[in-house]
Design a protein around this ligand. Structure first.
Ligand SMILES: Nc1ncnc2c1ncn2[C@@H]1O[C@H](COP(=O)(O)OP(=O)(O)OP(=O)(O)O)[C@@H](O)[C@H]1O
Ligand SMILES: [Mg+2]
Length: 357
């Protein structure tokens, strides 16, 4: 197993900078997930690592080898795409063995590796079928199998599950997590789905506009986002970012939100009196017994069974989402409700989204 290093990697398409000065070290055996909104540069970054896209600036290293100019085949990586592009006229076994045939391996060697891989992916009973006789999930497993047989230095996945229906996605997500544990291989996984990122990653890389916003373990990003973008992107339903003004109050701050206020002790510099800030509260921190009261008007309630989400508007019309217990979940649409904010776990951002506390 080898680690993979990106140093100042930049990609320009004409005047657009798709990826800007990315520095990242991926450890051997790690599962790293690139996540971010559409167009933020996830695929471009992955394709540069794979060697499918030349870099404009910077360096890519695999182990201590500089592969920046190396051809894709010389890098020893295997890539799995969203469209799995199996050969329709070949059986599962032939599809999986094809890359090895290209490498000139013997028939016995190929058969052995294909059989072992099929076992790992629970495809052993389907080796003689053609792709059209397989389900979507099975086809995706064949595509992953085609990558595994090559015994690559690292696996690169670009949204491999986005063609599958919701149920199958969840199942395949668990299978990829298991595969990562079994193979102990280095994996880089691209998705725009933050739930996929949270559930699969050892570390998540959040990208926006071609730049890294933050790198960290899933719960690190959840509990300690560096800025309002990461705070809003990681977590579902999203964190509430409530517009507020900040006032000094002794050695702390008084944060005035529409219809209420909370107190804060910032760790860093204090914003000037009257500064526009954003109060960050997760849905599960909005309605906690004994919290700071905040009135709102109920818009919609989603009763999911284990939890309910109440969508509401604050005094100034700001939309918020709260995870509520059965009492609040019984509220009627249009009714006035009172949240109880867990201010001890709230976050504070300045108007530009930088974290203050
Ligand atoms: N070959 C290309 N020529 C010009 N611009 C490109 C090219 N490929 C990508 N881009 C641009 O680079 C930016 C990043 O694209 P990229 O495909 O990496 O995004 P992404 O994060 O993978 O998005 P998605 O989630 O939609 O797949 C986008 O603005 C895109 O339009
Ligand atoms: Mg993409």
């Amino acid at each position: 197993m080898t680690n993979l290093t990106l140093r100042g990697v930049t990609k320009r398409f004409g005047a657009t900078e798709a990826v800007s000065n990315v520095d990242l070290e991926i450890l051997a055996g790690e599962m790293v997930v690139f996540v971010g909104p559409s167009g933020c540069g996830k695929s471009t970054l992955l394709r540069m690592i794979a060697g499918l896209e030349p870099v404009s600036e910077g360096r890519i290293e695999i182990g201590d080898r500089d592969v920046t100019q190396a051809e894709p085949v010389e890098r020893g990586l295997a890539m799995v795409f969203q469209s799995y592009a199996l050969y329709p006229h070949m059986t599962v076994a032939e599809n999986m063995g094809f890359p090895l045939e290209m490498q000139g391996l013997s028939k016995e060697e190929i058969a052995g590796r294909v059989r072992a891989t099929a076992q790992t992916l629970q495809l052993q009973d389907h080796l003689d079928r053609k792709p059209r006789a397989l389900s979507g999930g099975q086809r995706q497993r064949v595509a992953i199998g085609r990558a595994i047989v090559r015994n690559p230095v690292a696996f690169l996945f670009d949204e491999p599950l986005s063609n599958l229906d919701a149920e199958l996605r969840v199942q395949m997500r668990l299978e990829i997590a298991r595969l990562h544990r079994d193979l102990k291989a280095t994996m880089i996984y691209v998705t725009h789905d933050q739930v996929e990122a949270m559930t699969l990653a050892d570390r998540i890389v959040v990208l926006r506009g071609g730049r890294i916003e933050q790198v960290g373990a899933p719960l690190e990003l959840y509990d300690n986002p560096a800025n309002a973008f990461v705070a809003g992107f990681i977590g579902s339903p999203r964190m509430n970012l409530i517009p507020a003004t900040s006032w000094r109050d002794g050695d702390g701050l008084r944060i005035v939100v529409p219809g209420g206020e909370v107190r804060f002790r910032p760790a860093g510099t204090m914003p000037p009196d009257g500064a526009a800030v954003q109060l960050g509260l997760r849905p599960e921190q909005m309605a906690v017994a004994g919290g700071v009261p905040l009135p709102a008007i109920c818009d919609t309630i989603e009763r999911l069974g284990a939890v309910s989400y109440l969508y509401a508007r604050l005094a100034d019309g700001t939309a918020v989402t709260a995870q509520v217990d059965h009492a609040l979940a019984a509220a009627s649409i249009g009714a006035q409700v009172s949240f109880a904010l867990d201010a001890s776990r709230a976050l504070l951002f300045d108007a530009s989204g930088r974290r203050i506390a």
